[in-house]
Design a protein around this ligand. Structure first.
Ligand code: IMP
Ligand code: MG
Length: 184
């Protein structure tokens, strides 16, 4: 195991590096079967998906293209409805494309609900929603994943791309932070 000064902040491991590897390969195989015969555009949602994206495109050996979009979501305190803003837009025309959106986690659903509609208005012919983690307990928007890696309990998780205050993205596993880490 590599040295880490992040492990000490973790209360418990939810998914080990090995479990993630196994599940991502299963998802890659599943996507291959669903999309073979198509020329999909894998579209990663930055920053959280960057590690999952790198692994799933190698787990799915389909001839395909790679693209990224970056968004940030702002919570409106009075209505608690999330407003999603694009901070780095698509760099190509997606008209007629079969889009495979790659997300780290489907939580309230604000981000993917917004993005799915955005890609459809940009002329995509299909949008397949792929998320590593699904937290259905917190869903407020009518959106479901077409393929999800793991269903997670209503806890804040970090690692494998997911952050707390921009940290912990480079942990190779997914875990729950100790409460005192938030308090600091
Ligand atoms: P949404 O609420 O479904 O729109 O999710 C918005 C974004 O919040 C996700 O793409 C993640 O980047 C982030 N997020 C939601 N839940 C967690 C979590 O448990 N850990 C880290 N990031 C999270
Ligand atoms: Mg994200």
């Amino acid at each position: 195991m590599a040295k880490s000064n992040m492990d000490q902040d973790i209360l418990k491991v939810l998914y080990s590096e090995e479990q993630l590897k196994t599940r991502v390969q299963e998802m890659g195989d599943e996507l291959y079967e669903r999309l073979k015969g198509k020329n999909p555009l894998f579209l990663g949602v930055l920053k959280g998906s960057f590690i999952f994206m790198a692994d799933i495109v190698r787990a799915c050996q389909l001839k395909s293209d790679i693209e990224f979009i970056a968004v940030s979501s702002y919570q409106n305190a009075t209505t608690s409805s999330g407003v999603v803003q694009i901070t780095r837009d698509l760099q190509q025309d997606i008209t007629g494309r079969d889009i495979v959106v790659i997300e780290d986690i489907l939580d309230s659903g604000n981000t993917l609900y917004f993005l799915k509609n955005y890609f459809m208005t940009k002329g995509a012919s299909s949008v397949t929603v792929v998320t590593l983690l699904d937290k259905p307990a917190r869903r407020t928007k009518p959106i479901a994943a077409d393929l999800a890696g793991f269903e997670v309990p209503d806890e804040f998780v970090v690692g494998y791309g997911l952050d707390y205050a921009q940290k912990y993205r480079n942990m190779p596993y997914i875990g729950v932070l100790k409460p005192e880490v938030y308090a600091n």
